[in-house]
Structures are given as structure tokens and as C-alpha cells.
Design a protein around this ligand. Structure first.
Ligand SMILES: [Zn+2]
Length: 409
């Protein structure tokens, strides 16, 4: 499942600051869950002039090279090349990231991407920041209080993002940035053996307790998607400020959780990875067919009152259902353990565990929970859920809770 990348390969970029400013403008209104930094996921990949294989290849890039993103169009991501030009790479040949973890003990954040840049602040080891851009081996990050640059020598990309097709063009095409065709214009784009969205395990911090969950099977169910069991598309709720669809948030947290659980040795089965028309019963059946040890369905909450906020975990084990009642202690403990870890990681109000008759946690024959990560209807939590670094924190909390539950059972 995992791919070996070499994040320490950095390109030399002579990008003018003016171009970075232009990119910052283009990034002012990113589409939902669009990565700001990508790594190349194929051995040799064409960079094209436009978002189509019909356009000329302006350059070739290699596995592991890192680029800042300037936009997205259809199924393509627009990147800044080493020479400052812009070009497009197909999404399935890239891995997107929106988090940067500090690996040095106290890492300086500088005003410019250079060792001579003024020091803005120092960041503790292990902290995950939202990553905004990449240039000359430096990452642009958001830190509490501002924006600055962190050296790639003391940080690593974490928090993989699903690079999704944009529903509408960003309008970035034809913005006057002339592209110079390269001398070697290949005719076909390299296709990797695996999907480019498969996250690596390399980005995960070493403190995940490698192997502790070996032999355990966890089914992760990203809530919603294009579920059309009744002929209707079901994206779930929508962010009150961001407009982000719940299905995208749920999927991204789920994929991050998968990487973390796999790094602990678990076998992770996703009920789907984005496009599905499976019913709620189908989702439960995935866990039943796999003889899973735990089923977790991930959702984001919504309420009529914008003030409602916090983390919730649901379980279901009524006394009139012999199978579920026999698991009551175990189901209760799964919900309690994961909820506690979720609250610790997410830092929002603890709304506690609740019992409810949801299909996916009723029809699963193994212990099962449904998590409402936070409220997309609450402006503060909408903004948090819109941050990849925050989604990664939630995934870490869920992984920690699952580890505690499964290693004790
Ligand atoms: Zn939902």
C-alpha cells in the first residue's frame, strides 16, 4: 500500500517573489481541500502547459520532488516549476499535503525562505502547522500569529490530502504567465502502479507504536459521498462559512486515520474512497464480511443553532437486541475511549458519548462507533475543520483512541 518517497529531495527554485505574490493571490480562494504543496508520485512525470494531455509537455519532474501549488483545474494541479514557470500535473501522479510537522527541537520560522531571513518565532518539535507553499527547500507555513518559512531540513510533510477534481475552473488559465515548452515533450503521462492518493507511511511520526495493532482489522467508513440508494446524491451537511461539503471533510479525516492505523500495524479497510453509491447496509456489510475488530464511521455534525459545538461519539447496543446487548460493555468502552482521545486531540467541547439507532452501527456485528468530529454549522469549528492540520489532529486523536481500545481487547 505504501510508496517510498524521498521528501528530502529539494528542487532549486529561482522563483521571483512577484510570482509567489501572484500565486498567493490565486490561492486566496482555494477550492475545498485543495493541497498547497504536492510531491511527485511517479518516477518521471510530464508537466504540461495546460490541464490536458493534449497540451505540450513543458518539463519533466521526478519522484519525490516537491512543488508549491498555484491552483487546480479539472483533474489537474497547477504547480510552480524550478525556473519559476507554471505548469500542470495530473492529480493521480501527485500526492497532496496540507500539513508540515516540525522535526527539530526548536525550529525557527523566518520571514523569508533563507537562513538570513528575520526570525519570527520558534516552534516546538512535533507541532503540525498548515503548509502554504514550497520554495528552495523551504516551506511556507501558517503559525499562531502569522505566516513564515521553515527549513525543510527540520520539518517533514504530513497530513496527506485527496487531490480532487475541481467542480469549476479556478479561472487561472491564461493569466499571462508564458510557459516555455521544454526540449523533451513526451507524449504520454507516466501512470503509477497505484493511485496517487495512496498516502505514504513515511510522513507519520515515529511515536505511533509501530506494530501494536498488527492482526487487528479496522473498517473506516467516511460518512456520505455520492450515496444514491434512493436516487439522490448525499454529500451530507455543508460548512456554514467555508461551504465545504461534509463528505470531503469526512473522507480526508478517514484517509489520514487510515495512514495512522496502518503505521500501527493494523489492517485498514475503507468502505469507500470517495465515489460510491453503496447503501448504509452495504457499509456495515464491509465490516461483517471482513470480520473486523472495529468499525468506525466518520461524520461532521450540523445543528440549527450555530452555537452548538463540540465532539460526539455514538454507539448502539440496546438490551432488546441479543447480539448487540452482549457487546454492550465493549461498544460502550469503544465509544468512551475514542471520545476521550478525540476530545483531547480536538480541544473542543466534550458532548460525550450518545446511544442512537444508526444503521451502520446497528448492522455491524463487531463493536462499532459513529464519530461526529465537530460542527460544520458552527463558524469556529467550520474553520477548524477546513484546516488540514486540524483534520490531522482529529485523525491522530481517533487513532490513539482506537489503539487504546484495540490493544486492551
Ligand atoms: Zn453525516
Amino acid at each position: 500500500m505504501s510508496r517510498t518517497l524521498t521528501p528530502k529531495i529539494f528542487c532549486r527554485m529561482k522563483t521571483a517573489m512577484a510570482l509567489a505574490a501572484a500565486c498567493a493571490l490565486l490561492m486566496a480562494a482555494p477550492s475545498a481541500l485543495q493541497a498547497r504543496v504536492v510531491t511527485v508520485a511517479g518516477s518521471t512525470v510530464n508537466v504540461r502547459q495546460g490541464a490536458s494531455t493534449d497540451t505540450v509537455a513543458v518539463s519533466k519532474v521526478n519522484l519525490g520532488q516537491i512543488f508549491g501549488c498555484c491552483g487546480a483545474e479539472a483533474n489537474w494541479t497547477k504547480i510552480k516549476l524550478e525556473n519559476g514557470n507554471l505548469g500542470y500535473i495530473r492529480n493521480d501522479l501527485l500526492m497532496g499535503y496540507d500539513g508540515l510537522q516540525v522535526t527539530g527541537s526548536l525550529v525557527r520560522v523566518r520571514q523569508t525562505p533563507s537562513l538570513s531571513g528575520a526570525i519570527l518565532t520558534k516552534i516546538q518539535k512535533g507541532t503540525v502547522l498548515t503548509v502554504l507553499d514550497h520554495q528552495n527547500g523551504w516551506f511556507k507555513v501558517q503559525f499562531p500569529g502569522g505566516v513564515g518559512w521553515v527549513s525543510g531540513e527540520y520539518s517533514k510533510l504530513v497530513s496527506p490530502v485527496v487531490l480532487k477534481s475541481t467542480e469549476t475552473s479556478t479561472g487561472a488559465a491564461g493569466n499571462g504567465n508564458a510557459l516555455v515548452p521544454g526540449e523533451d515533450a513526451g507524449t504520454s503521462d507516466h501512470s503509477p502502479a497505484e493511485s496517487g492518493v495512496a498516502p505514504t507511511t513515511e510522513e507519520i511520526s515515529a511515536d505511533t507504536g509501530s506494530g501494536i495493532l498488527s492482526g487487528k482489522i479496522v473498517v473506516v467508513d467516511p460518512g456520505h459521498s455520492n450515496t444514491s440508494s434512493y436516487g439522490a446524491v448525499d454529500p451530507g451537511t455543508t460548512g456554514v462559512i467555508s461551504g465545504i461539503k461534509e463528505k470531503d471533510i469526512n473522507l480526508d479525516i478517514s484517509l489520514k486515520l487510515r495512514v495512522l492505523l496502518e503505521s500501527m500495524g493494523a489492517t485498514v479497510i475503507m468502505t469507500h474512497t470517495g465515489e460510491t453509491s453503496m447503501t448504509l447496509y452495504d457499509r456495515a456489510a464491509v465490516a461483517n464480511d471482513a470480520h473486523a475488530d472495529l468499525f468506525i464511521s466518520i461524520h461532521s455534525n450540523s445543528a440549527a443553532k450555530q452555537s452548538y459545538a463540540g465532539h460526539t461519539t455514538y454507539f448502539f447496543a440496546p438490551l432488546n437486541n441479543a447480539l448487540l446487548a452482549a457487546q454492550r460493555d465493549s461498544r460502550l468502552r469503544a465509544a468512551q475511549t475514542v471520545q476521550a482521545a478525540l476530545v483531547k486531540a480536538g480541544g473542543r467541547a466534550n458532548l460525550g458519548i450518545k446511544e442512537n439507532n444508526y444503521v451502520v452501527i446497528r448492522e455491524t456485528v463487531c463493536p462499532s462507533i459513529l464519530v461526529e468530529a465537530a460542527f460544520l454549522s458552527n463558524p469556529d469549528e467550520d474553520l477548524l475543520l477546513s484546516s488540514g492540520a486540524y483534520r490531522y489532529r482529529l485523525a491522530q486523536g481517533l487513532a490513539n483512541g482506537i489503539r487504546q481500545f484495540l490493544s486492551a481487547s
